[in-house]
Every structure is written in C-alpha cells, then in structure tokens.
Design a protein around this ligand. Sequence first.
Ligand SMILES: Nc1ncnc2c1ncn2[C@@H]1O[C@H](COP(=O)(O)OP(=O)(O)OP(=O)(O)O)[C@@H](O)[C@H]1O
Length: 293
Amino acid sequence: MSFQNNDGASPCLALQGLKVSFGTQRVLDGLDWSLPAGRVVGLLGRNGAGKTTLIETLLGLRAPEGGTARLFGQPSQALPDDVRARIGYVPQRSDLFEWLTADQLLAYFRSFYPRWNTAKVDGLMSRWGIARDKPIRKLSGGEQQRLSIIRALAHEPELLVLDEPVASLDPAARRDFLGELVDQVIDRRTTIVFSTHILSDLERVAVDVAFLSGGRIALHAPLDELLESSVRLGGVPADIERFVREHRLQALSREAAGPVIARGRDAEAIPPATPTVSVDPATLEDLFLALTA
Ligand SMILES: Nc1ncnc2c1ncn2[C@@H]1O[C@H](COP(=O)(O)OP(=O)(O)OP(=O)(O)O)[C@@H](O)[C@H]1O
C-alpha cells in the first residue's frame, strides 16, 4: 500500500532512520515513517514501546541521536513559527495551567495564534459540558483532558498529535471525541496521529493503524483493509506452515504454539479452511499481539 500524497506535495510528516536512546536502552531504532495529509492514524504499541518518545521526537521536543524528522518539509528541531502554528499537540500529561479557569486558559492560548475558531471552541465546551469559570484544578481528569483537546483543536491545526487522548475519557466521551476527529478530517483534511491502548474504539472509525515495535513502525495500513485481509489460523504448526506457504500468506506472528495471525494480499487472497487448518477473521487485538510481540 502506498502512502504517497495524492496532490504530490511533500508528506506532512516524514521520519527517516530515527534513533533515540536513554542510556543504553535504544527506544527508536532507525525508524522510518511518512504520512500524507488527511489521514487519522492510531499509533499502537505496548507499554514502553516508545510511542511518547516517537511523538516528542517527531514534534522536535526531543533531539534524535540519528536520523531526521521533518514536518511540512521543515526540520522538526527548527520549525519556523508559521509551521508551528499549523500543529496541535495534546501531551500525555496535562499541560494546562491549573490555577486558571478554562476561559482564562483559552484566552491566553488564543493570543498566540493567528487563527482561532471561537465557534468551534464554544460548541465543544458546551457539548462536552466543561465549566468555563472553575479553576482547572477543580475539573475532573476527563474534563481536563477534553479541555486540552479543545485547546489543541481551536487554532485549526493541519497536523494534530495526541498522546493517549482518551485515557481518562468515559466510553461516551471517547465515542464523541473520535467522531470529532473524523469530522475534523472530513471538514478540514487535518492529519491526526494519536496513540491509544483502547483498540475497541479504533474499530468504530475509519482510521489507519501503525504498530510500533522493536523501535520501528512494524506495519502501517488502513484498519479496514488490514482486518479484511488478516486471519487467525488454527491447527498443528506443520499444517499451518504449509497452508501459509501454499497460499502465499504473510505470517505476522511466529509463535511455536497457539494461533498464527497471517495476512493475504487482500480479502480475496484469503483461502477457505481445510480439514486440518481453521481460518477465522483476525481481530485488531490479534494483530496487536502478533505485531508488537
Ligand atoms: N526521560 C527518560 N529517561 C529514561 N528512560 C526513558 C525516558 N523516557 C522514556 N524512557 C524509557 O523509554 C521507553 C519508552 O518510553 P515511552 O514513554 O516512549 O513509551 P510508551 O510507548 O509511550 O509507553 P506507555 O504506553 O506506557 O505510555 C520506556 O522503557 C521508558 O522507560
């Protein structure tokens, strides 16, 4: 699958050979990744896989030891102000000034941006039920998280990066938030990268998924295509191995025991079960476990 931009412009995010270590621990290990405009990508990986490190490095908040990170064609480490204004970021830990009220906070941020969508801010503040005149420290964790998201959406960024934005949100708020992200893409072609551990949410919206494992992006594909072309195979290892070879499937997990997750070229390339090998649809959880092992 190709992720070239349709209009031929440079990708909004381009990472090449990115390397980041903490002491002797190599977290990003020659990571390549490129994203055209207008996609929503769920960044998946196990705890400690390096999602936050990747997000901080791509935004220029952390210097890599090797490789390059570019946003809108500019080096992330030296972004001009006009490019910075095209980016929205919701960090994992709240960056809100807790002694301000929501209204004061929004007024403060508004002063930094040439563009600010007051109607969108007001609409989301009332839809998400956030008190405007309470000190932020008195808002619940989920309300603070929603306020942080509103702040990041308000200046209509072309690239929105969110580090576990739904961690404190209840299921209804998560659904609403994801709907908002999708609207954002439909209305404005915003590119959105967000890390999450809540796989069930992703299956409800048309998103891409990118799996971070071993310091690299192991796979990046539209989720619906990935699910349609992936299966869980059951049977004894020798039969499965033969089945995978004969049907030219790509085995995504190589565990000696248990189900094997495999992928065909597309949905049509998936063969039916045989007396010795069972073929069932793979879930996103199957894919996550296989690809981030
Ligand atoms: N400032 C730091 N100093 C030392 N080690 C760090 C630092 N930041 C991150 N690490 C280590 O780097 C690895 C990747 O951390 P990171 O926070 O990027 O992972 P993550 O995928 O976002 O994890 P989680 O899903 O738990 O939020 C971890 O092993 C972590 O302990």
